[in-house]
Design a protein around this ligand. Sequence first.
Ligand code: COA
Length: 223
Amino acid sequence: MTARRRGTDGRANKRKAESGIKKVKRQTLKQDAQAKRAAAAMRARKAEFAHHPSPNIRGGDPNLPAKRAEDSQLRLSLVMNPILANPLGNVHGGEIMKLVDETGGFCAMKHARNVTVTVAMDSMTFLSPVHVGSLLTLHASVNWVGRTSMEVGVRVEAENVVTGQVTHTNSAYLVYVALDQFGQPSPVPPLRIETEAENRRWEAGAARQAHRLKQANKKAEVA
Ligand SMILES: CC(C)(COP(=O)(O)OP(=O)(O)OC[C@H]1O[C@@H](n2cnc3c(N)ncnc32)[C@H](O)[C@@H]1OP(=O)(O)O)[C@@H](O)C(=O)NCCC(=O)NCCS
């Protein structure tokens, strides 16, 4: 190869390398711009969700009408038939957990007016056995609302309908997420806090949710 030819090849290679560097720089700038636009959109969205006309209207999508906890509260009573029993003759704990999840889920769906899935269930303690033949009543109420998630508290009581004795058997906190038609998390209505008890439940629910997200290694964004 002649010295002239080598020089021509060298210049061509240099031009090729420079053009490659320019292409990478253009792509990087494009990605930076996309990331900045996404971050700005996220900030705008957060600001929008953070803004509510009243401090008693909390969480959820401010463009949706706020709902009271009372609007979605649910009370479900069922007779504990022998088919639900464990080998000891008491109602199987798993049956009660299923009922707790179902009742909480319907309460969350009533608040969201949307389908929901259970994303978390806190530990559940069985305070006393539920006897076959008793009337089990589950009370569910929304405590706290995030953007797409809701914490529902469920209290379980067993009644001996002959004696009238009512026993508190369990309480549990569950988190549900509303989903859109594509199965993606979907914003829920804000919660209107009306009483001091509801305010206490909100604060406690927010603290529990922050703890859950920490445990799940998720960045906590709890109002
Ligand atoms: C629920 C699900 C859609 C959430 O998906 P994801 O990728 O975590 O979505 P996101 O990160 O956007 O979280 C959505 C919401 O869930 C909350 N969340 C996520 N993981 C959570 C956890 N471990 N505990 C409590 N809340 C949680 C987030 O904080 C967020 O709430 P916010 O919008 O109010 O801030 C997904 O985890 C899922 O499909 N899980 C399976 C649900 C299921 O099958 N359940 C059993 C049958 S019903």
